[in-house]
Design a protein around this ligand. Structure first.
Ligand code: SF4
Ligand code: SF4
Length: 353
């Protein structure tokens, strides 16, 4: 099963090793990585997701042309309230391995961000991170990140100067470079190991990548190039068939108002599985609605049953274009799955009895 979707890591192997050993617990991280990659292959989901995305804001101050937001407005946008955040954290602590602040908006728009960070200090999670466009990262926010040991900050920085300023207007290239440099400098000055500073860019905007690596390499720990995901209604859209998506065995997202859609890519809440204000995380994750979704995926009905899966930008064959190579790999995958899965699943069932 294809798990990571077109992430090309530009970081040298030595930095990857360093990342492993800077984890709060490298051994727990190793177990988590095993579960992450192998549980979906055998359709295993436990009482809690392995990872939780928390949308602390669905608002965004930018209008990036490649963003799904540019094609359709998200109704009912706002910041997550303190009570909602606390309810999620209180239940997830010690049960969910990792958290990330992300979703349909910019997390730093929520003015409660420093308070949320302070609440997370010392909580039993394996890894806590965030994805941000960086513009609102003030000194106060950097303090909150450094003092409360956020594990990673992923800055979305697409392309070199002119390209970046076109996409991420009105942020200037020098401005975002200064912000990332400042966080890097404060971390060094305070002798902190965290946060890991990651730079991510859509690959079509970085050319051959050399200049980008020269600019961002010295002030970051990890650089990722991500495949361009076409959210436009006219995008090529050939979906993988007979494919059970790993997402619904691995992770869950809670939107700002407590709504839990089927998946982080269900931006318009077409397949809502519950609301955290009415049920617990575990009740939603193990509930009939989520289980039904898993069964539909396993039965190969993902794209017939769920509108978000039918157009999913991360699970298209050959990124939407059917190629012979993509078809061959998929056929081999399906044949192997048909042979192996029933045997492994029944062996696991046998062990549980
Ligand atoms: S910053 Fe992120 S959420 Fe906001 S418009 Fe750009 S891509 Fe979309
Ligand atoms: S929308 Fe469906 S296919 Fe796409 S990532 Fe989510 S669960 Fe998987």
């Amino acid at each position: 099963m294809k798990i990571s979707h077109d992430i090309k890591r530009q970081t040298p192997f030595s930095k990857t090793i360093k990342r492993w050993f800077s984890q709060r617990s490298p051994s727990r991280f190793a177990v988590n990585r095993f579960q992450w990659h192998w549980y979906p292959r055998f359709f295993i989901s436990r009482n809690y997701p392995l990872h939780l995305d928390i949308e602390i804001s669905s608002l965004c101050q930018l209008h990036c042309p490649m963003c799904f937001r540019e094609h359709r407005v998200i109704p009912n946008q706002n910041n997550m309230k303190w009570e909602t955040f606390r309810k999620i954290i209180d239940e997830a602590e010690g049960r969910v391995y990792s958290l990330k602040f992300t979703g349909r908006g910019e997390p730093l728009i929520n003015p409660r961000f420093p308070k949320f960070m302070a609440y997370l200090k010392g909580k039993r999670f394996g890894e806590i991170g965030m994805i941000t466009n960086g513009q609102l990262m003030t000194e106060e926010v950097m303090d909150a990140i450094l003092e409360n040991d956020l594990d990673f900050v992923s800055f979305s920085i697409d392309g070199l100067k002119e390209e970046y300023e076109r996409i991420r207007a009105p942020i200037r290239y020098e401005e975002i470079h200064e912000i990332v440099s400042r966080l890097h400098e404060l971390r060094t000055r305070r002798r902190k190991k965290r946060p890991l500073i990651r730079i991510q860019s859509v690959d079509r905007y970085v050319g051959d990548g050399k200049e980008f690596l020269q600019i961002w390499g010295p002030i970051s720990d990890d650089i990722l190039f991500l495949f361009f995901k076409d959210y436009s209604p006219t995008a090529h859209n050939v979906q993988m068939k007979g494919y059970a998506c790993p997402y619904i065995f691995q992770r869950m997202i809670v939107h700002w108002d407590g709504t839990v859609p089927m998946c982080v890519n269900d931006e318009y809440e077409t397949a809502v599985r519950g609301n955290i204000l009415e049920n617990s995380l575990s009740e939603i994750w193990t509930g009939a609605s989520f289980q039904e979704a898993r069964q539909r995926h396993i039965a190969g009905q993902r794209d017939e049953a769920y509108p978000c899966c039918a157009k999913c930008a991360v699970n298209r064959v050959g990124h939407g274009r059917e190629t012979l190579a993509a078809r061959t790999v998929l056929s081999a995958y399906r044949l192997l799955g048909r042979f192996l899965r029933p045997r492994v699943v029944s062996a696991l069932e046998g062990n549980r009895r």
